[in-house]
Write a protein that binds this ligand. Sequence first.
Ligand SMILES: Cc1cc2nc3c(=O)[nH]c(=O)nc-3n(C[C@H](O)[C@H](O)[C@H](O)COP(=O)(O)OP(=O)(O)OC[C@H]3O[C@@H](n4cnc5c(N)ncnc54)[C@H](O)[C@@H]3O)c2cc1C
Length: 268
Amino acid sequence: MIPAAFEYARAASIDEAAKLLDKYGEDAKVLAGGHSLIPLMRLRLAQPSALVDINGIKGLDYIKVEGSKVHVGALTRHVEIQNSDAIKDKLPILAEVAGEVGDNQVRNMGTIGGVVAHADAAGDYPTIALILDADIVTNKRSIPAKDFFKDLFTTPLAANEIVTEVVFPVADGPHKYIKFRRRLFDWAIVGAAAQKMNGGWRIGLTNVGPTPVRAKAVEEALHKGAKPEEASQHASDGLNPSGDLRASPEYKKHLARVLTRRAIEQSA
Ligand SMILES: Cc1cc2nc3c(=O)[nH]c(=O)nc-3n(C[C@H](O)[C@H](O)[C@H](O)COP(=O)(O)OP(=O)(O)OC[C@H]3O[C@@H](n4cnc5c(N)ncnc54)[C@H](O)[C@@H]3O)c2cc1C
């Protein structure tokens, strides 16, 4: 299908992008990789009055390790995260996750800023951002991940607010992200992340609710010495996933438990 008519402007700086967003008003949207926004526009599920293209902004695609933090610029493409030696060294779970996003075409175009701003329940990075207590930095402020993913496709971003980077802590311990899907390039039916850091486990789940979930009951059970098979039984505690064409709520809860156990056991 063909999108509804819209204005288009290409910004050369964050300031210019913010001014353009102000000029076009509430219905304007930032365009990054376009791999979520354009399909929605083609289906006319999104009909922005204007697109402010940020792809021409120099210096917004970077991966920098500074002390105990890893800074990933908003325009960094999935493929750059997947192949980055710095990420593989200091935050290997993120490289693993990036390599599991969509197919080559999606990974060549999609950006980390786009995934977090879009806040799709099946997005993979939000789960990692949540369990690692990452910060989402914008042109106005820094927002902890736990306060960022408010609801399905809902974040605290204002209409003229632009994500500029995501800041993760260095996490180079045992880790695993497992996505359950029917085809290799599909979104997760359910995903589970396990990361060991500072002597404890961080466990997260993708697509078992409107936002990513941190499985604290599993973390606590592991902390008290439970084995993975026992601790992972708590992965579905408090979950109320909605069913869809691919999985019923009960099946998603089952997957949450099974994938959590596998993620912990396969952490390397
Ligand atoms: C076939 C297919 C398979 C996919 N599979 C997966 C998958 O398995 N896992 C996964 O996580 N994702 C998947 N995706 C989504 C992909 O990762 C997208 O790239 C991502 O969701 C959006 O990033 P983008 O850069 O393309 O953003 P865009 O599509 O350009 O924008 C998405 C939304 O975010 C806003 N936005 C973008 N950047 C910013 C910014 N810097 N500041 C403020 N707002 C911003 C836009 O206004 C828009 O509302 C898939 C997409 C496709 C088409």
